[in-house]
Each structure stands twice: as structure tokens, then as C-alpha cells.
Ligand binder design. Structure first.
Ligand code: RP5
Length: 189
């Protein structure tokens, strides 16, 4: 069972993000290897694609809401303890002045992948620049804005984990082969 961390506060684990009072649904039965963090429950519509992709690959993970500015202490504590809890990759999504991934990266040596949310004001350009433009020294691997970035963050996390997990690597190879097959078979009416 994925245990609900004491740090989680009111946040939920797994596919339960926007829903309320029922108990958290773990994203997987095993201890999580990937944390999927987002700045607001409003990011879940996009980040559910990260959750789904990790689930498709059978990667144990947890999904939580926390914010660099609304819950700064929680965010710092979560990132600081992530490695000790057995996590290997942190995926952080945020929109607007999107500093969540940078804050995560500041508090952990684990690889942090940032997903810029498509914002109302600037279509995600604000989120992209805030996430990608980390000063040298503390890296955030930044993906594309929105759904593509959400899916690719999961695939990149899979690739990182697959370096030391041959079965996962085989699944990733199969996934690529399947994609290629579909494109090769594509017919235009
Ligand atoms: C960011 O502000 C969140 O990541 C979200 O993308 C954005 C808007 O949040 P809400 O006002 O919808 O909660 O912190």
C-alpha cells in the first residue's frame, strides 16, 4: 500500500485528487517511486495524464497537491524527505509564476521534472519560463506545456527508472515500437 504521508495534510494520494471525503485511493499497491506534485487541484485535468501513463507502465507513484507559495513549509518538507521515503523521481506541475519544480529541486538531489501548466493569462508561456529558466546549479528538467508535457514527464520518469530495471526498459521499448507501428500504418482518407 502506498502510505499516506504525514506530510500530505489534506492532500490526497493517487486518482483521488479533486474528489473529496472518501479515503485516498493509492495509485499503486507498492511503495511509490515517483511523486507527482501539482500546485493546485485545478492542475489535475492535465496531470491525470501523468498518472495514467505511469499506471500504464505499472510504476508505483503518488499524486499530491502542494504549492510553493500557498504551502511553502509542506513543499520544502516533502522534497527534503522524498529520497528517504524511497522516491526516485519528482514530477512537479504548476502554472503562472510556476516555482514549484524549482522549490522541489532546491530541497532534493532527486531528478525533478517540471510540467508547465497552460495558464489563462499567457497560455502557459509564463509557466514555461518560470519552470525552465532555473539559474545554473539547481536543474529542473522541463517538459512541454500542458498534456504533452504531462505525458512526457511520465515517460521520462519511466526512462530514468528503466536504467536500472530491465523489465521496465523492455516495456518502454515495446511502447516505442507500438507508436512506430501506428504511425507506419497511418492512412489518410
Ligand atoms: C498555480 O496556480 C497552480 O499550479 C495552478 O496552475 C495555478 C492556478 O491555481 P488555482 O488558482 O486554480 O488554484 O499555483
Amino acid at each position: 500500500m502506498v502510505k499516506r504521508s504525514k506530510l500530505a495534510g489534506k492532500n490526497r494520494v493517487g486518482k483521488d485528487i479533486p474528489a473529496s471525503p472518501r479515503p485516498p485511493v493509492p495509485a499503486s499497491a507498492a511503495a511509490p517511486l515517483v511523486a507527482v506534485i501539482m500546485g493546485s487541484a485545478s492542475d489535475w485535468e492535465t496531470m491525470r495524464h501523468t498518472d495514467q501513463t505511469l499506471t500504464d507502465f505499472g510504476v508505483p507513484h503518488e499524486c499530491r497537491v502542494m504549492s510553493a507559495h500557498r504551502t511553502p513549509t509542506l513543499s520544502a518538507e516533502f522534497a527534503s524527505s522524498a529520497e528517504a521515503r524511497g522516491l526516485e523521481v519528482v514530477i512537479a506541475a504548476a502554472g503562472g509564476a510556476a516555482h514549484l519544480a524549482g522549490v522541489m529541486a532546491a530541497h532534493t538531489l532527486l531528478p525533478v521534472l517540471g510540467v508547465p501548466m497552460k495558464s489563462d493569462a499567457l497560455n502557459g508561456l509564463d509557466s514555461l519560463l518560470a519552470t525552465v529558466q532555473m539559474p545554473g546549479g539547481i536543474p529542473v528538467g522541463t517538459l512541454a506545456i500542458g498534456k504533452a508535457g504531462a505525458v512526457n514527464a511520465a515517460l521520462l520518469a519511466v526512462a530514468i527508472l528503466a536504467n536500472s530495471r530491465p523489465q521496465l526498459r523492455a516495456r518502454l521499448r515495446d511502447f516505442r515500437a507500438e507508436q512506430e507501428k501506428k504511425v507506419r500504418a497511418a492512412r489518410l482518407d
